[in-house]
Design a protein around this ligand. Structure first.
Ligand SMILES: [Ca+2]
Ligand SMILES: [Ca+2]
Ligand SMILES: [Ca+2]
Length: 370
């Protein structure tokens, strides 16, 4: 039965991770086209008169995409109610702009089949593979008309700006805040940056650490640091060793600010700085109430729902015992701190006694948002 719990939790954990990845992709979308799977080619016929009842809307009427991405995603949504079993055929046509089909992109048949069952009213896209070259053509524009085959509705026009990847891009932190605990078991904090457009050259980024002297001392005391992008790399992860002292210092914020790049890249608006919340392993977080009530999962399973607030830089351990408060206690779930309420669901079986308790704060390597 415990296995069942862990399967539930494993699923929740994976789902949570999938959501995090989705959130990251959304935050960097639509530039991060590589994170999007190609649509299934599928089959279907164009028969049926029902497409006339459907409408098409654009999710991103204007899109910027770098030439070194795999493809342009032409995002759209087909709106309406399913009225048959045939696929909806959505097609894109190139209708103008400075870009040249066959030289800058390969439209192909520009077709996307949307299943009538399950495919309506949600985000879809037509993939238009990009053609990367070694010359700097500057920014180019491409206008596409998207329409539903068999529909008399006016096509929806999408404007795409293709940015040449030989142009200088921008550099920013991956997230605008992240956290760590001074006593983290891996003894380091990870600084993450990414850059856009030209990734062909190496680049050294200089950034400064703003915070109290004691806080900066926890990161080794250097107020100015560097991160190096290798040729071809669009991301860089820089570990900074943590100095774990014995003093009770409470939670401290350090702001990391990008100052310059050796190749002249400009800081990315909104990501030019990031706040690191540094929790202290000598300071226990303030207690937060743990709410427990009976409920049921989406699948109708009865169980207990636990909700609590977890401070940034800490985590809450949920443990259970099958043999009363004497234990042994088994770790059941770890909630990472993000200053928001955290909720978990666990199946409840009256034949086995289980109890939960909040463990002491443990060092955290990272938490979401990073
Ligand atoms: Ca080019
Ligand atoms: Ca310490
Ligand atoms: Ca300390």
């Amino acid at each position: 039965m415990k296995h069942t719990f862990h399967h539930i939790h494993g699923c929740m954990r994976h789902c949570a991770m999938a959501l995090l990845l989705a959130a990251w992709a959304a935050a960097h979308s639509p530039l991060s086209a590589q994170s999007i799977d190609r649509p299934d080619p599928g089959t279907g016929d164009s028969g049926g008169a029902t497409p006339s009842l459907l409408t098409l809307s654009l999710d991103y009427p204007r899109l910027e995409v770098a030439e070194n991405r795999a493809y342009i995603p032409l995002f759209f949504t087909v709106n309406g109610f399913p009225t048959g079993s045939q696929d909806v055929r959505v097609r894109a046509q190139f209708v103008g702009g400075t870009a040249t089909p066959g030289k800058d992109f390969d439209l192909g048949d520009g077709l996307r089949l949307v299943p009538m069952e399950g495919g309506l009213n949600s985000l879809n896209w037509i993939t238009v593979p990009l053609i990367q070259d070694d010359s700097n053509e500057g920014d180019e524009t491409a206008l596409f008309d998207l329409f539903i085959e068999g529909s008399t509705a006016a096509p929806a026009r999408m404007e795409v700006l293709i940015k040449d990847d030989m142009e200088l891009g921008e550099v920013g932190f991956v997230s605008s805040r992240f956290s760590a605990n001074e006593g983290a078991t891996n003894g380091q904090v990870m600084v993450r940056m990414w850059r856009t457009l030209n990734t062909r050259n190496a680049a050294t980024i200089t950034y400064r650490l703003e915070g109290s002297e004691a806080a900066v001392a926890t990161l080794g005391g250097q107020a100015t640091r560097t991160a190096v992008f290798q040729p071809g790399a669009s991301q860089v992860f820089v570990p900074i060793p943590l100095v774990n002292d014995q003093e009770v210092q409470g939670t401290r914020d350090i702001t990391l600010v990008i100052e310059s790049s050796s190749d002249g890249m400009k800081p990315m608006k909104g990501f030019e700085k990031t706040v690191l919340t540094l929790a202290d392993d000598e300071t226990k977080p303030e207690g937060a109430p743990l709410t427990i009530w009976e409920g049921s999962s989406d699948g109708g399973e009865r169980g207990v729902v636990l909700t609590t607030m977890v401070p940034r830089g800490y985590q809450v351990l949920l443990e259970y015992s099958d043999s009363g408060v004497e234990g042994p206690w088994t770790l059941d779930w770890v909630l990472a701190g993000a200053d928001v309420e955290q909720t978990v669901f666990n199946r409840f079986d009256a034949s086995v006694m289980r109890m939960f308790r909040i463990g002491p704060p443990q060092p955290l390597e990272m938490s979401y948002p990073w």
